[in-house]
Design a protein around this ligand. Structure first.
Ligand code: ATP
Ligand code: LTN
Length: 331
């Protein structure tokens, strides 16, 4: 890797199908940033087991997610692409960082509060300490930028706080990372309920990257709107229409003004299928390419093996520095 370039780390849990939300909030930026930065893009399977997973399904999804990353335009030659559990340094650094994280800080995490409501019968220590593992992911590679959707901003801020605290005690060890959040599509809402985030663990109102065109069209035609007729961006009073307009802009690259002009004087009956079609065209090549790559297991295996080797090399540098600083005896 070229040491002069800035570094990027990001990841997605293989806990469900990739969604239009994760594409617009995160992956689209990953693709845009790969030319200018040294990037590591991870399949964070260790994060996924913070809620119960079916083992066979988790294994399949992890590999399929790699195929989908590539189909979205990420080049395995340019980026380090790997599976988190293949690089044990993530778990090792997480243990150390957990000893520099306050219980109170973790208690304030919005994602923990929400997930512990969704999984009230299984609120594990892993779910609680999840943000520490995420901090380890990022700090292990001295990442400068972390391209994520708006919902992850709080975790990146916590990562900065942990890094700053550690650096304060032991002198400069970690680069302080910043969240990189898109202007359009940072928070795609559910098509069923525009007051909640589109999320792979809530399949209603969710568009998946692998959805067939007719499924996508049906979901958009059914999307919740309001009893008005104007296609206008007004987040407060017209959350459903505003969400569809945002999706339309993120899918086509148009500005909000252009989008509103496109549908001036037209009703929702024209607008909703038009958004659906824009998304169908955006996702069609991704789905087709994913299907092709998913069939090539040997290729995928070679990508994640090489990725893990390269990641491990970088991870070791940081981990041995950390072990030395906290006072562990060298091997
Ligand atoms: P889960 O339901 O399991 O929490 P999720 O669908 O919310 O999953 P994540 O794996 O948590 O998706 O997120 C992957 C990446 O995509 C993160 O960077 C996250 O910020 C971003 N992201 C997820 N959902 C959205 C959304 N609706 N709008 C914008 N960005 C999103
Ligand atoms: N917490 C993130 C997934 C995630 C991540 C990371 C994102 C785990 N480790 C490191 C960026 C950088 C989520 O739930 N979407």
């Amino acid at each position: 890797m070229d040491e002069r370039k800035k570094r990027i780390f990001s990841g997605i849990q293989p806990s469900g199908e990739l969604t239009l939300g994760s594409y617009m909030g995160a992956i689209k930026n990953w693709v845009a940033l790969q030319e200018e930065y040294d990037c590591l893009y991870c399949i964070v399977d260790m994060h996924a087991i913070t809620v119960r997973q079916d083992p066979a399904l988790l294994r399949r999804r992890s590999v399929n997610q790699l195929a989908q990353y590539i189909a979205c335009g990420l080049d395995p030659e340019k980026n380090i692409m790997f599976i988190q559990s293949h690089v044990p340094q993530h778990a090792e650094l997480a243990w150390v960082l957990g000893c520099y994280t306050q219980f109170g800080e973790l208690s304030r995490m919005t994602q923990f509060k929400m997930k512990s409501q969704q999984h009230a019968d299984n609120i594990t220590a892993g779910l609680f300490t999840y943000p520490v593992l995420m901090a380890a992911d990022i700090l292990l590679y001295q990442a400068d930028l972390v391209p994520v959707g708006e919902d992850q901003r709080q975790h990146v801020e916590l990562t900065r706080d942990i890094a700053q605290r550690f650096n304060g005690v032991y002198s400069d060890t970690f680069t302080l990372p910043e969240a990189f959040i898109p202007k359009m599509g940072a928070r795609v809402m559910s098509l069923d309920d525009p007051s909640t985030k589109m999320s792979k663990s809530l399949p209603d109102g969710c568009v998946n990257l692998m959805d067939a065109p007719e499924v996508i069209m049906k979901k958009f035609k059914r999307a919740v709107t309001d009893c008005d007729t104007a296609v206008k961006f007004d987040k407060e009073n017209k959350p459903g229409i505003s969400n569809l307009l945002t999706i339309y802009c993120a899918a086509t690259g148009k500005t909000m003004d252009q989008a509103e002009q496109d549908f001036a004087g037209q009703g929702y009956g024209v607008f909703k299928p038009a958004v659906g079609e824009a998304v169908v065209e955006l996702l069609r090549p991704i789905r087709e390419e994913s299907e092709r790559i998913m069939a090539d297991k040997a290729y995928l295996e070679s990508v994640y093996r090489t990725g893990a080797e390269r990641a491990s090399y970088l991870a070791n540098k940081t981990l041995s520095k950390v072990y030395r600083k906290v006072g562990f005896v060298g091997r």
